[in-house]
Design a protein. Structure first.
Length: 461
């Protein structure tokens, strides 16, 4: 039986737009995903998050299920447009009150809140009036919003995550245009990313200067990274895999740990890649107390001399492929999830070791890992063997990475419950809890003790 470190954090994660619903309640303003999902053709079956899991109204029921599963930590995000309906100015008391109720309910059930400030739902007014993340001033506006949250919730919240997956916001939102705000530019994506990094650093500075001394928490950034293994043992493919990870992850994490973008990106992107001033480098470097990682899958990477390639997956997954000259492929023998993402547990192990080596063994939290799997109801029950197998594989990979020296301190399963899977709508089921979206009835998958069973089998309890 495998044993994880004693104080290892076990949790699950969600995000505001994917579960809350109540899109026009509580004084909430519209955000870019409200607008995007109501724009014809942007989401599967024209699904949207208007009602989602109705968590805004049913949060008590949801916390009770978390407690029953034995969760010790819960990562959720705050909808900026509930706190500031147009993204600026006075806080909306009803928005503050909702998150106060949720946080208090979690603590009353012995569950630590881990709070993400920005999981993609930028207030629409900031997009329409200021061009959102293309405007350098949005970094200031974000820091103001963060200050409101630290002041309101920081007496009870000790773990803050500024940005969820800046790569997704920049690439899927500004290059592929398949996510809000739906733009397609190989220049804007780098500019938006630049501002996301600086916004993170400004919010971290607000926390470190004005709140950390009295509140004593931690603040960091979460980035997504799928692993890239070289397709062959040629030196060209080894370089292609390395380059691909740098364009995906080091784009964001090199600035956090070294104060600047990877050289390979500067060389290849040229003047489309913004430059940090010396003051910005100093602000950004060292601004993350921990390494937040979201990981889902692995692909093989090969060098190509011309262009690289997009692929037929739901996401481009390649970033600006014409800047990279990398072709990504999957091994046809790999099992794939409902997202068509390959299940490759060893990729997570290798990624954790890559991070540990490049950034001198930082404390890492896996803030998301999980899979979409079919979960048909039979006689009022859900059997979920493929998800259980996925978890066993990925948790074993985590364990191996720890044994080999990675400072992995926690794991949050994506997701607590089935929810609005962005452009893919409601059919992709990532949850530990099945939701019948017609009745919004909740059914734990496999059995009520499912999470506990997986944990026990892995020696986690
Ligand atoms: C996360 O994003 C989000 O934070 C969360 O809101 C979302 O619900 C969840 O994951 C599930 O999607 O095409 O095979 O190369 C995931 C970021 C980036 C992970 C693209 C998979 C491409 C896989 N994703 N990546 S593939």
């Amino acid at each position: 039986m495998k044993q994880f470190p004693d104080n290892f954090i076990w949790g699950s994660a969600t995000s505001s737009y994917q579960i809350e619903g109540a899109w026009l309640e509580g004084g909430k303003g519209l955000h870019i995903w409200d607008v995007f999902s109501h724009t014809p053709g942007r989401t599967a079956k024209a699904d949207n998050g208007d009602r989602a899991c109705d968590h805004y109204h049913r949060y008590k029921e949801d916390v009770a299920l978390m407690a029953k599963m034995g969760l010790k930590a819960y990562r959720f995000s705050i909808a900026w447009s509930r706190i500031q309906p147009d993204g600026k100015g006075e806080a909306n008391p009803e928005g503050i009150a909702f998150y106060n109720r949720l946080i208090d309910e979690l603590l009353a059930n012995g569950i630590q809140p881990w709070v993400t400030l920005h999981h993609w739902d930028l207030p629409a007014a900031l997009q329409v009036e200021d061009d959102g993340w293309l405007n350098p001033n949005t970094t200031e506006v974000f820091a103001d919003y963060a200050r409101i949250c630290f002041a309101a919730f920081g007496d009870r919240v000790k773990h803050w995550i500024t940005m969820n997956e800046s790569w997704v916001m920049a690439i899927l939102g500004f290059y592929d245009g398949v996510f809000a705000p739906g733009r397609k530019s190989n220049r804007e994506c780098y500019l938006a990313a630049h501002h996301l990094i600086i916004a993170h650093a400004k919010a971290a500075k607000v926390y470190n200067d004005d709140f950390k001394p009295s509140q004593g928490g931690q603040i960091g950034m979460t980035n997504n990274c799928d692993w890239r293994a070289p397709k062959t043992n040629s030196p060209e493919d080894a370089a292609a895999a390395q380059r691909s990870v740098e364009f995906l992850l080091a784009w964001f994490t090199d600035p956090l740990y070294f104060g600047d973008y990877p050289q390979v990106m500067k060389d290849r992107v040229g003047d489309r890649l913004p430059k940090f001033t010396e003051a910005e480098k100093a602000l950004v470097k060292g601004s993350s107390d921990f390494f937040g990682l979201n990981h889902y899958t692995t692909m093989y990477a090969a060098h190509v001399s011309e262009g690289g390639s997009a692929n037929n997956y739901i996401y481009s997954n390649a970033g600006v492929y014409e800047d990279q000259h990398v072709a990504l492929t999957a091994d046809p023998d790999w099992e794939v999830t409902d997202m068509k993402w390959p299940v490759v547990p060893w990729g997570l192990r290798d990624l954790l070791l890559w991070i540990s080596e490049r950034y001198d063994n930082p404390p890492i939290y896996i803030t998301e890992n999980g899979c979409a799997m079919p979960d048909e109801m039979v006689d009022g029950k859900v059997d979920d063997p493929r998800r259980t197998a996925f978890l066993n594989g990925y948790l074993s990979a985590c364990h191996e990475a720890i044994e080999r020296g990675a400072d992995l301190r926690g794991y949050f399963l994506w997701s607590l419950m089935d929810n609005f899977e962005w452009a893919s709508g409601y059919d992709k089921r990532f949850g530990m809890i099945h939701i019948d979206f017609d009745t919004l009835k909740r059914t734990p998958k496999a059995s009520a003790a499912w999470y506990a069973e997986v944990a026990e089998r892995n020696g986690l309890v």
